[in-house]
Design a protein around this ligand. Structure first.
Ligand SMILES: Cc1cc2nc3c(=O)[nH]c(=O)nc-3n(C[C@H](O)[C@H](O)[C@H](O)COP(=O)(O)OP(=O)(O)OC[C@H]3O[C@@H](n4cnc5c(N)ncnc54)[C@H](O)[C@@H]3O)c2cc1C
Length: 478
């Protein structure tokens, strides 16, 4: 019988860092499993390392500092910030702050090699099919090895870093801490091309070699957004994310029959500044489609003997869908707490709970509020978004909202004098409601339970807010 201190399932960003962090923090026997070999570590599907590739410098700095890891070839291009544009392109908000376009295949390989260098055992070709459960507790993982033979590997702690389709989370023992499924409405269908482009026009609303661009537009990207992120060598990462029911409503109203693939092609054609010359097939990573969840992370990230990190725990930011930073943060922190648990010979939920607290403190506490904001945004038509971005908010307020912070809207007391049209008045009132709910959510997350005992009540309160907001704001893109 094979037995390890820690088995990490999935060698993507979260998993490789979790394994490395566990070793660095003192765990002895750490095994990292992935269905892919080292060359293809972190590859999400046959479509490749499907991602927008953008990450804020602050996340990279965190990993560098915590694990003493430096980045070089994994970073493709630096950007100064992100512009978010209204559908009519007349308003744009700049989210300042250095960021990078990553080379995801290089990143995947580097992180696994780093983990191996730190003493992690890596096995590629291992398909994880589920958790081994004894007495209602996770005690290992099972699946098929590289020869397609059944394997069972036991561990004191299993770290689930399998990504959004996690075969571990879905098969956990029934418990009140971690939901096994993600609501379909909280999932964005996304896809992107990495391509060499000709630059036809210097219109910075469409392409900016120094900044990432996000286009809010409920016709081009219902329930999501389109993006153009610059890469080196006149290349771009260009893509679209959509929410399925928003797309259905939009198709019905516009009498169209679009799907994700046709929407990406339409978005590429709509962009008048660039024209694709050639898809960049380096690493066979030129075109790809995959899903990303845009809810708050799972309310708890741990049960007895089990921890989750990255997309398996629905960690991407509910507004931006950025999941690399959260996966990095969670990887570092989960590995640290897991090592501590092994050293202290206590892998119970009570001990592992510290990871919930650390993750919330570092990143997670704002995602409940961000989810509320996202649900509101998805209920707005292009006209209302155009009007709202111009009239409802100062740039500073808009940016605070998009970071999930508490905002006092400066126009709140005099809004009726400013705002024209019934639709806009109701949207503004709804924004006020949203801001209040975001505040309530932030307050709840600031009181995140210090131990599992108080968790059930707290989770109910969070779920009730989300339920209320979803009922108030059904998707209504057109
Ligand atoms: C189109 C798109 C665009 C995105 N754009 C951005 C962006 O610009 N910026 C950003 O920050 N985030 C973005 N994201 C989200 C980001 O890509 C993810 O949040 C991030 O990759 C999560 O890392 P992870 O390690 O948790 O999971 P993953 O990257 O999904 O890694 C999971 C690993 O587990 C392995 N695995 C899966 N199942 C099994 C199994 N059964 N057995 C064995 N191994 C398995 C896989 O091979 C992989 O190595 C985007 C996502 C998509 C889909």
């Amino acid at each position: 019988m094979e037995e390890y201190d820690i088995v990490v399932a999935g060698a993507g960003v979260a998993g490789s860092l979790a394994a490395a962090s566990a070793r660095i923090n003192g765990a002895e026997k750490v095994l990292l499993l992935d269905r892919n070999d080292i060359e293809h570590a972190g590859k999400k599907t046959n479509w490749g390392w499907v991602c927008g590739d953008a990450v804020a410098k602050t996340h990279i700095d965190f990993v560098s500092k915590e694990l003493n890891l430096s980045f070089g070839k994994e970073i493709d291009q630096k950007v100064n910030g992100v512009y978010v544009l209204s559908p009519d392109l007349s308003t744009k908000f700049l989210f300042e702050g250095e960021g990078y376009s990553l080379n995801r295949p290089e990143l995947g390989r580097s992180l696994v090699n780093f983990a191996i260098k730190k003493g992690v055992e890596f096995r590629g070709g291992y398909e994880v099919e589920g958790p081994i459960i004894k007495n209602s507790k996770v005690v290992g993982v099972f699946g098929k090895d590289e020869k397609k033979q059944n394997f069972e590997i036991y561990a004191k702690i299993v770290i689930d870093a399998l990504g959004i389709a996690s075969t571990l989370r879905r098969k956990l023992p029934q418990n009140e801490f971690i939901d096994r499924e993600v609501d379909i409405h909280d999932i964005e269908a996304t896809g992107r091309y990495i391509a060499k482009v000709d630059i036809n026009d210097n219109d910075l609303n469409y392409y900016d070699k120094d900044n990432a661009i996000i286009h809010l537009n409920q016709e081009l990207a219902p329930g999501g957004y389109g993006w153009v992120f610059p890469k080196t060598g006149n290349r771009v990462n260009i893509g679209v994310g959509v929410e399925k029911s928003s797309l259905e409503i939009r198709n019905k109203k516009l009498k169209k029959n679009d799907n994700l693939h046709s929407l990406i092609d339409a978005y590429v054609s709509w962009n008048k500044a660039i024209k694709i010359r050639e898809i960049d097939q380096t690493d066979n990573n030129g075109k790809g489609y995959w899903s990303v969840s845009v809810r708050r992370q799972m309310e708890s990230l741990v049960i007895d003997n089990y921890m989750g990190a990255g997309d398996s725990m629905a960690m991407p930011n509910p507004v931006s869908a950025g999941g690399i930073g959260p996966a990095m943060t969670a990887g570092v922190l989960s590995g640290k707490v897991a090592a501590d648990a092994i050293i202290n010979k206590d892998t119970s939920i009570d001990f592992l709970w510290k990871y919930n607290l650390l993750y919330n403190e570092k990143y997670g506490s704002k995602t409940g509020a961000l989810e509320v904001f996202r649900i509101y945004l998805q209920s707005l038509s292009n006209d209302v978004i155009n009007y709202g971005m111009k009239n409802f908010l100062t740039k500073k307020e808009a940016i605070s909202l998009a970071y999930g912070e508490d905002v006092e809207l400066s126009l709140a007391d005099k809004f009726t004098a400013f705002i024209s049209g019934l639709k806009n008045i109701s949207a503004f009132k709804n924004l006020l409601y949203t801001v209040n709910k975001m505040r309530e959510m932030n307050r709840l997350y600031n009181e995140y339970p210090k131990s599992p005992k108080e968790f059930k009540d707290w989770k109910n309160k969070v779920n009730n807010i989300i339920k209320e907001v979803k009922e108030k704001f059904p998707p209504n893109p057109i």
